[in-house]
Design a protein around this ligand. Sequence first.
Ligand code: BGC
Length: 739
Amino acid sequence: MRKLICWLGALFFSYIAISQKTISQKVDSVLALMTLGEKVGQLNQYSGDWISTGPITPEGDKQDQVRRGQLGSMLNIMGVRHTRLLQEMAMQSRLKIPLLFGQDVIHGFKTTFPIPLAEAASWDLEAIERSARIAAIEASASGIHWTFAPMVDIGRDPRWGRVMEGAGEDPYLGSLIARARVRGFQGKGLGDLESLMACAKHFAAYGAAIGGRDYNMVDMSDRMLWEVYLPPFKAAAEEGVATFMNAFNDLNGIPATGSHYLQRDILKGDWKFKGFVVSDWGSIGEMIPHGYAKDSYQAAEIAIKAGSDMDMESRSYKGHLAQLVKEGKVPVSLVDDAVKRILTKKFELGLFDDPYRFSNAEREKRALNNPAHVKAAREMAAKSIVLLKNEKGYLPLSKETKKIAFIGPLVKEVKQNLGFWSIEMPDDSSYIISQWQGMVNKLGNESRLIYAKGCGIEDTSRAGFAEAIAVAQSADVVIMSVGERRDMSGEAKSRSRLHIPGVQEELIKAIHATGKPLIVMINAGRPLVFEWTAENVPTILYTWWLGSEAGNAIADVLFGDYNPSAKLPMTFPRNEGQIPIFYSHFNTGRPAPDDKSKNYRSAYMDLSIHPKYEFGYGLSYTSFRYDNLLLNKKTMEENETIEVSFTLTNTGRYAGEEVVQLYLRDRVGSVVRPVKELRDFKKVKLEPGKSAVVKFIINKEKLSFYNSKLEWICEPGEFDLMIGASSADIRLRSEFQLE
Ligand code: BGC
């Protein structure tokens, strides 16, 4: 039997080797036929033109270029009708090289899933993978080959609006989520009809834009880069991500797009990445205002030498690359390498065999109307909601509640629920479930619901307060839905003040003053600052932007059909003055042990150093006890492991899931180590009264870090082990030694 398995394995691998070889031979044979102009064309990507209800086929010059084989790829073209039309134009070109269609499929396609930061709060890797899978099934059926996702930038500054697109602040959680998303998008692998090429972006360190201002400069140590910002990229590369996108920012003075170090030394060198790198939108040309290139001629030279393979929309390659080669400034081998990388992906996708294989209208219709996708989106949305407070046990609501007031500017909004990077279906929003509709669906009709808007999202007017107060007074319980507009967190949506916009928090105060049981739901794409609400309102749910099933998922959580299990993937500051704030900081030489002992300590005179809500925090309708911590030994050598186990018990009245988190601290190192680092977690489901033994394995990998020479090593010494329900709520502690 074993022999048979070995033989089949060998056969399988030689099959892979042969098919790979065939692709590379095919690529070479196409390359041999190409003129320099056609080669440069492959490195060129344009956006489609848009009309208000969606994309249209690009006009004039762009069409011509497609017909002349001067374009490798387009973005913002969707739908089988449009993509087929363009592909037909590409088939009129001399060599009939098919186009690649890319799109920002960031959190779902038609079926819109929660924004990525919200999904990260689920800590549910299978659900996150499923979400990306469904997005891929729908988008690929709609003619798309390639998504510009996942964004794997670490986000530690909530002023930066793009934190909504990532997985939060932690490199360990971020790396696992990066892998899950790559697996989800790419599915069975390129060539399968339901797979998209994924794209790890923005390489690198875009999340560290100074001041949280989008596109801003980044200045960071090697330690931060390697330990915090690069790991999710490395994980994506290891998971086989097809493409990378570089970044708008400079890193220590070199624009990422022109960085040989990032793209050639690290990515294509150390990490042996075989896919291709696309520039961010116009980022090759942006090296001019950066002050790194004097014109687009020089920008093109820098970018191709640095390893940027495809030029998204800056047109520098189109304008100058051929000339640069002719003048001997750029060796043609660099152009060839970039072209080969792109053609390889086109072959792997099967586009040379059939350029229309993603152009089946029947399949498109089926994929975009699949009830199983809707169900998964509802589940994912419920898993993403974070219960921040339930002090008086108002939640879950009884389905018998007689009168429910539903107040706030977001209650009846429809498209707001989709979040920033959503893809809207033209002329149809009936598939989006508003928060109001979700409540109506749950209760059967509107008879027990009363509504007041109270105020607009950014209003300064309090004119609606009186009506809202009257509505609250006539109800048994009040639910408020407040927050940002969905386009306040996203690209170019940096904010310096993170309060709930307008007079919404004043409205909360006014409703709170009625004395009615109050539940506040906060919708946003980032951690907001809401100190008064956090202190005074007994019940708070953080509902982010949950997608097309938002209303149903929220109602599921409000009435206890889903017991919240999400945990914050990002620290919530008390106010903007604490930013950047993250749990895995160094101790400093003068740690402030608590808010009282601040004098000549690393603290603020006028503010606690502790966050409002810490990384990993989130409540459930039930409660959990952690006990019986056991380590099978207290010392290990590098090649050994320690098994850690403990008992988790559901001590409350509801079935529920707990995300148990394992943190480690290396007490003394050749470089200082963080006060704690997430090194493992598990999401465990338990019926009331039931217990489970949870196990973790400590191995060398979990104890390793980059030393001062940036070597990945572990050092003998003592480690603290902490297991808890959040990064601050540590329930069990022990220690062990690496010998
Ligand atoms: C963003 C990318 C995005 C691209 C294409 C850029 O502005 O930074 O993340 O993929 O546009 O839409």
